[in-house]
Structures are given as structure tokens and as C-alpha cells.
Design a binder for this molecule. Structure first.
Ligand SMILES: O=C1O[C@H]([C@@H](O)CO)C(O)=C1O
Length: 545
């Protein structure tokens, strides 16, 4: 089946948290419409850029784009940006059931609201390893009142201007900023707007709900809970999980989960849905919604104080959840037992010519003018640096627990070229930031693949000991994974999808500041590129409108 969508993307004033802000909408909505499809369907999205003075590109997060690497939607990597007034057609197959996302992949445009969810259902007659009465989805985002441009310019400035903590957490596009806070411009904030009534999920007592929860926060790591209700985690990034029960779900930007919730509590009242920022010492108020037991009024305030949520600085419960996620026993994809190449990636905050940047192995990523996919396919190798980035860092001498002795890094737009059909291990190694006694959580997202999650550890990864403890039996496969403060995360994937793929921190400002790398594999196997992705840099000459 072909599912055809026509989208118009434009700026509109919206007040998702009662505060009026210029937001990017799709067909008038932010979050955009949920794409619903069945495994094997072809999705066609005709995107009209009506942003007037701003380019765009849209990434289909979690969709591997097998055979269609040009439809991945990563500006600078797989395509040129779509210029204002143009319409770009994305066409790809959703080959696996599960919960996925879509969002802008151009500058820091995502956080202006250009984002949504993709729900891929199992084919008729296929039974999932769990049952439920209703299927609902919730996108979690954080929300800033400053524009993307103001933020991006600050990050790229000397002196550095940090974006700070978000003003609100939105539950499926709804939040509530305190309009009576002292410095708030009362002409822009209106607490009585229908747009910012709380998110409500109405449930029938006794029924079981599958909640598909995705996070596309710009910065925040979140904890999500429904007051007084346990949640059974059953899916992560499109893969069935060996079920486990949580009271609160930790979710990082770029991840999706399905949880089952049974409406089995006192049905005469409503309950709070609550999201809290964790991992950063944030003053952002918890995002609140209402878990509404029918037939109570959907906006009737629960009689209780909203749950406070976990402590922001407790890492152990977050690591424990990461470790608990294993493949469902009937759906195990056994990983290759050995790998052909190991790339250790040290994550650091650095200075480059005084500017604040993030780096991998001391190299801060810069986007080229000619997208790699086009440059590589058409042999325009002079358009980016050819010396490959390093596969490791100075293990012996680098102290991950302290501010680096030398905080300076270099920038490069070079890429990792992977031998086709080989098995690659990535070790994400966290470290101290430029602030003493501080290490942040980074959610890393891989385009074009799922990887096996082989293990997590504290401190410095030890190549001769730690691989012995890898889970090679039932690891979950994911496309986004956190590296916890001062810790490491080990991944394995097969370089078997011809194309050029980004792998980056999903924190919007961190990727903007260089926290990412690019992999190429099997470029010679990529089919003829559509000319619609061309037109920028040296690809101008191939562009045929
Ligand atoms: O990139 C970042 O910069 C700030 C801080 O380190 C400097 O202000 C922060 O918290 C980040 O994640």
C-alpha cells in the first residue's frame, strides 16, 4: 500500500505552553500529523517549504532507508536543503513494525516544532507478543521561548551564549508556562488559551493501553510517569523488549518506547501524567497532563499533589533501566559474535579558536557544502577532507574524570569509511566537560541502521577486560542510546546498508556544536541518485529541476 501525504511547512504563532512563539507547523499542527502505516507500506510525503526565508530537510528517524539512502533527510549528508517555495518528495518503505519519529534535520530547526511520530503496524494476521485494548501515542518535547536563530547564533558566538534550560516540557505539544512569573511579558502569555489546556489521555477503567512514547527534546533527558500506575515496557526503538515493569520511564531524545498501562486504579478520580528533567540540574517545571478515567471530567484536577519524580542527579536508576532492556526472547536477532573493527569515540566538550564545541576523539564535526552522498557517488572527493578521523583517543594519558589538560580540539568534515558488510563496534566513552565534576548524558542516534547494545560500564572502557562481559545472547537492538555520565556504552552494527549515515548526539545544540560523525559504506552499491536532492555546493551542476 502506498500512503500519500501532502505537507505544508510554515511558521505560525503558537502558544503550546500559553506563551506566544513563532513555531514551525505541518499543515497547521505542531507536533505534526502522526504517520500511520503497516509494515511494508511505501510512504510518500510531498513537503512544501512555505517557511519563506528558511531552508528545510526532514529526517525519518528509525527508518533504515534500505535502498533509498537519499530519502534519509539529513541536510549536508544525504541531500541539499529544500529551499523556500520548493516541494520535495520523500519516498521510502517502512519495512518493520514499531514506533518511530520524524523531525527537521537542518541546523537547529527541529526544536522550533517541526517534528512528529510514525506508527508502523504489524501486517494483518501477525500477532504481537503482548495484547492491549487501545493504542495511543505521546511525543515528549522541551520548549524554548527564544527562536532557533537566536539560540544558534549564541552557540556560535564569542563569548559563548548557552541556550540554557527549556522554559517548558510539552506532552504531545501541550505545556503550561507560569504566565504570572515576574519577568514574563504579559502580552505574550495567556494562561486561559484553549491551546494550553493540559494534555489529557482518557481511559476506560479496566482497559489496557499501549502508550507509544517518543522523545524529541532539544536538550532534556526525561522521566515519565503516570501517578499510581505501573508501566510494562514492551518495545524500544521498534524492537520487542523482554517485558519489565517500571514506575517511571527514563527516555532520552531520539528514543521511543511502548509501555502497557492498565487502568486498574480507583476509577472515581483522575491521575497525573508527569515528566521531569533528569541528568541536568534544571529549573524547568515538570510537564503535567491528566490521565483521565472515564467518565470523570477530562480536566478535573486530580485530588493529589503531582508526583515529584526521581532526583535529577541519581545516575544509578537510569543506568539500571538501560541495562534492563533486553530483546524479547522470541524475537532475538543474535549479534555477530566478533567484530572487524572497533572505533572508540571519546565525547568531549572543547574549545576551537576560543569557540565552544563538542568533539569525538578531539575532532569537532563540520558540515560540508556538498552533501557526502552526492560527493561520494559522483567522485567529488575534493569537497571534503580525506584524512579519516581517528579510531581512538589517547587512552593512556587522557583523564576522563577531570577537565582536559588541553581543551583545544580541531574541526574536520572527514568521515569514517566502513568496509561493506563488515561488523563494527562503537564504544562511546564519556568524560568530564569543561566544568569540574561534571559529565553529561548524551543520547547517540545512528542513521540507516539498528545496532546491538552490547553493554554499559562506569569509568574508562578497558579493551582487554570489558568485551568479555558483552551481552552477545539477547541484546536489544536500538537506533538511539545514552552514554551515561563518566561511563561508556558499547554498540555493534553491520555495515550492510549502502549509503552515507550520520551518527550523532541527539541534543540539538550539541550536534550543532560538532558532536557527530559520518559513516560511509557500500557507496558503489547505491543506485542512481535522484536529482531532487542536488542543487547545493558542487552538486549544482547535476541539478535538473
Ligand atoms: O554545551 C553545553 O554548554 C553548557 C555549559 O557546559 C557551558 O555553559 C552545557 O551545559 C552544555 O551542555
Amino acid at each position: 500500500r502506498v500512503r500519500h501525504h501532502k505537507w505544508e511547512v510554515k511558521y505560525e504563532y503558537k502558544s503550546p505552553d500559553c506563551f506566544k512563539k513563532l513555531s514551525i507547523s505541518i499543515n497547521g499542527k505542531t507536533p505534526g500529523p502522526t504517520i500511520v502505516a503497516q509494515q511494508g507500506d511505501t510512504i510518500i510525503v510531498e513537503v512544501k517549504n512555505s517557511l519563506m526565508t528558511e531552508n528545510l530537510a526532514i529526517h525519518w528517524h528509525g527508518i533504515r532507508q534500505i535502498g533509498t539512502p537519499w530519502a534519509d533527510g539529513t541536510e549536508g549528508i544525504t541531500q541539499c536543503p529544500v529551499v523556500p517555495g520548493d516541494t520535495f518528495v520523500y519516498k521510502f518503505v517502512v519495512d518493520r513494525p514499531g514506533t518511530y519519529l520524524y523531525h527537521a534535520h537542518y541546523g537547529m530547526q527541529r526544536q522550533a516544532g517541526l517534528q512528529g511520530m510514525i506508527k508502523v503496524l504489524v501486517p494483518n494476521g501477525i500477532v504481537e507478543p503482548f495484547s492491549y485494548d487501545h493504542d495511543r501515542n505521546i511525543l515528549l518535547t522541551d520548549w524554548y521561548h527564544k527562536s532557533t536563530y537566536e539560540q544558534a547564533a549564541g552557540l556560535a558566538s564569542l563569548p559563548f551564549v548557552w541556550v540554557g534550560e527549556p522554559q517548558s516540557i510539552l506532552i504531545h505539544g501541550k505545556g503550561r508556562f507560569n504566565c504570572s512569573a515576574p519577568s514574563t511579558d504579559a502580552t505574550l502569555c495567556n494562561a486561559t488559551l484553549p491551546q494550553c489546556t493540559p494534555f489529557t489521555l482518557t481511559v476506560v477503567p479496566g482497559n489496557t493501553y499501549r502508550l507509544r512514547i517518543g522523545s524529541l527534546t532539544a536538550l532534556a533527558a526525561l522521566s515519565f510517569e503516570i501517578e499510581g500506575h505501573n508501566m510494562t515496557v514492551v518495545e524500544a526503538d521498534g524492537h520487542y523488549v523482554e517485558p519489565f515493569v517500571v514506575q517511571n520511564l527514563f527516555i532520552y531524545s531520539g528514543e521511543t518506547y511502548s509501555v502497557l498501562i492498565k487502568a486498574d486504579q480507583d476509577p472515581t478520580r483522575n491521575y497525573w501524567a508527569s515528566t521531569k528533567v533528569v541528568s541536568r540540574n534544571s529549573a524547568t517545571p515538570n510537564g503535567l497532563g491528566i490521565f483521565n478515567y472515564y467518565p470523570n471530567h477530562p480536566r478535573r484536577r486530580p485530588p493529589t499533589i503531582p508526583p515529584v519524580g526521581p532526583r535529577w542527579d541519581e545516575v544509578a536508576p537510569r543506568v539500571a533501566q538501560s541495562v534492563a532492556i533486553k530483546s524479547h526472547k522470541n524475537f532475538i536477532h543474535t549479534p555477530p559474535q566478533t567484530s572487524d573493527r572497533v572505533i572508540v569515540m571519546l565525547n568531549t566538550q572543547n574549545r576551537v579558536n576560543g569557540f565552544m564545541r563538542w568533539s569525538v576523539n578531539n575532532v569537532s564535526f563540520n558540515m560540508p557544502h556538498t552533501p557526502y552522498l552526492i560527493a561520494l557517488k559522483h567522485n567529488l572527493l575534493h569537497t571534503f577532507e580525506q584524512t579519516p578521523p581517528p579510531d581512538n583517543y589517547d587512552h593512556e594519558n587522557y583523564d576522563i574524570f577531570n577537565v582536559a589538560k588541553n581543551v583545544n580540539a580541531t574541526t574536520s568534515n572527514s568521515i569514517y569509511r566502513l568496509k561493506f558488510n563488515t561488523t563494527v563496534d562503537i564504544i562511546l566513552q564519556n568524560a568530564n566537560t569543561l566544568n569540574p565534576n561534571n559529565s553529561e548524558t548524551h543520547p547517540w542516534h545512528l542513521h540507516g541502521h539498528d545496532f546491538w547494545v552490547l553493554g554499559y560500564g562506569n569509568g574508562k572502557f578497558n579493551q582487554s577486560i570489558d568485551p568479555k562481559n558483552y551481552n552477545l545472547v539477547n541484546p536489544i537492538m536500538k537506533n538511539t542510546i545514552p552514554v551515561h555520565p563518566y561511563g561508556w556504552t558499547a554498540l555493534r552494527f553491520r555495515a550492510d546498508n549502502p549509503g552515507v549515515w550520520a551518527f550523532h548526539c541527539h541534543i540539538e545544540s550539541h550536534f550543532f556544536m560538532g558532536m557527530g560523525v559520518v559513516f560511509e559504506e557500500g557507496i558503489e552499491k547505491v543506485g542512481k541518485l535522484p536529482t531532487s536532492i542536488m542543487g547545493c555546493g558542487e552538486s549544482k551542476r547535476f541539478h535538473r529541476p
